[in-house]
Design a protein around this ligand. Structure first.
Ligand code: BTN
Length: 259
């Protein structure tokens, strides 16, 4: 497919938020939308969204890169300057992956799976990744940037990937609607943020329901080290609880895979 650039007019008609994306920055090309919002200190409006048709240095979790062809997918970031519970970044991380999963299920009837902490998988392949970053001043977090990549219309992925990528096009055979997906993700995200404030347990329950690795033997990679155990559950703060030799260990970062 030829690249089809994002239509702001179409998106605007579908956006139903009060504050998310009411300041929208459309970029043709950028290093990374996350870096852009982290660096642009003059952009202060809570809920500002930066979307780029192409990222030249798209970044993933754990210092990985995020590759996405120009004009085919969604690569965007949301800036938060006024989160009520800014310390609950785990919830934002997990709540966002839930929102992406719900959107893809709703629009394309796809069965999604969530992989701790925030990957969205379809048929064991990765359709979306999330990178949450923050800037602090002393002990206070002043900016939080939530970066989301969703593979929509890319038909082939070249490269070496830890989890094979997929897209709406690959999974359904049809082209996905970037404006509709983004609007629904952001509409749901605004509601999700209220839910995180009011009832995080219910968000965690919805997340848990889509995490099909609970109960499985997994490898948890942290930096260069690996731990092995049973993925017992997630706790009330969203940490992974790993059962190693009958004892529960709390894991708050890393990458998991089935053994
Ligand atoms: C991961 O799965 O490792 C996270 C990938 C996050 C990619 C998105 S694309 C928009 C935003 N800008 C970036 O540089 N990264 C995030």
């Amino acid at each position: 497919m030829e690249e089809k650039l994002f239509s702001l007019e179409k998106f605007d008609l579908l956006l139903d938020t009060e504050w998310i994306a009411r300041n929208f920055i459309y970029l043709d090309e950028v290093d990374s939308t996350n870096s852009f919002l982290l660096k642009s200190k003059d952009i202060k409006i809570n809920g500002s969204v930066a979307l780029s048709e192409k990222q030249n240095e798209g970044r993933g979790r754990l210092d990985r890169t995020w590759l996405s062809a120009r004009g085919l997918n969604l690569t965007f970031s949301v800036l938060f300057t006024k989160l009520k519970k800014i310390e609950k970044l785990n919830f934002l991380n997990m709540g966002s992956s839930l929102v992406v999963a719900q959107t893809l299920e709703n629009l394309y009837a796809l069965k999604t799976e969530l992989k701790w902490p925030n990957d969205v998988l379809i048929n064991k392949k990765k359709i979306s990744g999330i990178l949450l970053e923050s800037v602090s001043s002393g002990s206070k977090i002043t900016r939080v940037v939530l970066g989301i990549g969703i593979n929509v219309n890319q038909p082939i992925f070249h490269g070496d990937f830890r989890i094979e990528p997929t897209s709406i096009k690959i999974e359904t055979g049809n082209y996905g609607d970037k404006e509709r997906i983004l609007a629904e993700v952001l509409n749901r995200l605004e509601l999700m943020i209220d839910k995180i404030d009011e009832n995080p347990d219910s968000m965690l329950d919805d997340w848990r329901e889509r995490c099909r690795m609970i109960g499985d033997e997994v490898e948890v990679r942290q930096n260069d080290k690996s731990k092995y155990g049973i993925f017992d559950d997630i706790d009330k703060d969203g940490n992974l609880l790993l059962k190693v030799k009958g004892k529960i260990e709390k894991i708050n970062f890393g990458d998991i895979s089935l053994t």
